[in-house]
Design a protein around this ligand. Structure first.
Ligand SMILES: Nc1ncnc2c1ncn2[C@@H]1O[C@H](COP(=O)(O)OP(=O)(O)OP(=O)(O)O)[C@@H](O)[C@H]1O
Ligand SMILES: [Mg+2]
Length: 166
């Protein structure tokens, strides 16, 4: 996990709503096989960001913390699906094998909280979002892309954020 990657984009969210709005922008760009890794401590805002992602992607279902079910599928009117996995309770990538992550990734955009728990089961190419608690309503987001597709997504997100002063 590079901490100082030249392709990284860093900014500060100042409210849960701002985090959701960023998620909406990101979600609207996502396609099947895009992999979004949401890393950060408890309460860093991973699920809050995912709520926005689900809205932007067009989900009919509201995103909630899947802590007790591990993985949730969100549907869109066109029948496509997005998978939200919370790997918090998984010990290692070995346990993740039973979940058939490849299948999840192929069926739609794939969002994973606590990705470091199952790193070996995840594809190399992904968008890594490191979230850090900075204060009551402040969260740092450091976004690092791996691979052409995820670099493209981040470039587009950056441009939109700059244009709209999000
Ligand atoms: N700028 C912000 N962005 C996101 N969440 C924020 C922000 N400021 C305050 N919060 C609050 O922080 C909490 C984040 O909770 P959330 O469930 O999204 O975290 P999480 O990273 O998914 O935690 P967990 O590891 O338990 O799943 C929420 O209560 C949210 O309202
Ligand atoms: Mg969560």
């Amino acid at each position: 996990m590079p901490i100082l990657d030249p392709n990284s984009f860093e900014f500060i969210s100042r409210s849960p709503d701002q985090t959701r709005r960023i998620g909406i922008r990101l979600g609207s760009m996502l396609k099947p096989q895009d992999v979004i890794c949401l890393s950060g401590d408890l309460g860093a805002g991973k699920t809050t960001l995912t709520q926005g992602i689900a809205v932007g992607w067009g989900s009919l279902d509201q995103a909630t913390s899947p802590t007790f079910v591990l993985a949730k599928n969100y549907r869109r009117p066109d029948g496509s699906e997005m998978v939200h996995l919370d790997a918090y309770r998984l010990e290692n990538a070995f346990e993740a094998e039973d979940l058939d992550i490849d299948q999840m990734i192929h069926s739609g955009p794939f969002i994973v909280e606590w990705p470091e728990r199952i790193l070996k089961a995840l594809p190399e190419e992904r968008l890594w979002i490191q979230m850090t608690w900075l204060g009551d309503e402040q969260r740092g987001l450091m976004i690092t892309p791996k691979g052409k597709r995820h670099t493209f997504i981040l470039d587009k997100l950056k441009n939109e954020m700059i244009k709209s002063f999000l």
